[in-house]
Write a protein that binds this ligand. Structure first.
Ligand code: HEM
Ligand code: HEM
Length: 188
């Protein structure tokens, strides 16, 4: 199979993609191992880590979207059926929406608990809702539930990548992988 250089995501886009995936994985591990959050819980230990990593995810996704707005995705293979093309685009769009919405809801919930939220542990961020706010409180439930929707959607996304790799065999996965793999593949 031949790979055109233009049909590969650029290096920063690939770095942003895999860094987001890695931090998300860490974030779910933290979410599920941190103590249950109650009215008198203090934001320390693993909970502080969950807040901190979540804020880094927001920043990363914002920088990634800025980069993406200036650098179009490489053209899809001409053989891609229009329905699959649309499915991929809507899935990617929705993934970005959730990657912003979920941490914002967590942030609003933390603020409603009166917890200080910082970037990198030392840059204070403004509260997204007043302490004691019932909306901020309700957003905690939304945060938890929509995090499951993200898992489901990421599952669809990963299944799509595997379908391209092993059924369609159209080189889609290589668009997100380091360059040396593509060079090796193009020699075949
Ligand atoms: C993409 C990023 C994030 C993901 C995937 C995520 C995921 C989760 C998940 C799965 C839970 C539920 C844990 C459980 O079932 O016990 C949770 C809880 C929580 N998260 Fe996040 N989180 C993210 C970002 C953030 C951010 C940025 C903050 C705050 C700055 C935050 C604050 C919280 C709080 C306060 C809870 C407890 C909510 C409650 O039980 O009412 N999260 N998070
Ligand atoms: C094993 C895990 C994963 C694999 C194999 C994978 C694979 C890929 C591939 C091959 C593409 C390029 C698609 C194309 O050319 O149209 C892509 C794009 C994308 N992936 Fe993943 N991915 C994984 C995990 C994730 C996760 C966890 C997220 C976020 C929740 C994510 C979000 C995205 C987004 C938003 C794009 C679109 C990039 C853009 O055009 O701006 N991926 N992924």
């Amino acid at each position: 199979m031949r790979y055109e250089p233009a049909s590969v995501y650029n290096a920063p886009a690939r770095l942003f993609h895999w860094l987001t995936a890695l931090l998300l994985l860490l974030q779910y591990v933290l979410a599920w191992t941190m103590p249950d959050v109650h009215r008198d819980t203090k934001p320390i230990g693993l909970i502080a880590w969950h807040l901190g990593v979540g804020m880094v995810i927001i920043l990363l996704v914002l920088v990634r979207l800025l980069w993406r707005s200036a650098h179009a995705a490489p053209p899809e293979p001409a053989t891609l059926p229009p329905a699959l093309r649309a499915l991929a685009r809507y899935t990617h769009g929705l993934l970005y929406v959730l990657l912003i919405a979920i941490p914002l809801m967590g942030w609003a919930n933390a603020s409603s608990r009166g917890w200080p939220v910082t970037l990198f542990g030392f840059i204070p961020m403004p509260p997204l809702s007043p302490a004691g706010s019932s909306v901020g409180h309700a957003l905690g439930d939304w945060h938890r539930n929509v995090a499951w929707v993200l898992i489901a959607l990421a599952g669809v996304h990963i299944a799509g990548a595997l379908f391209h790799q092993f059924v369609l065999r159209d080189g889609t996965l290589d668009r997100m992988l380091p360059a040396h793999r593509k060079q090796a593949a193009s020699k075949q």
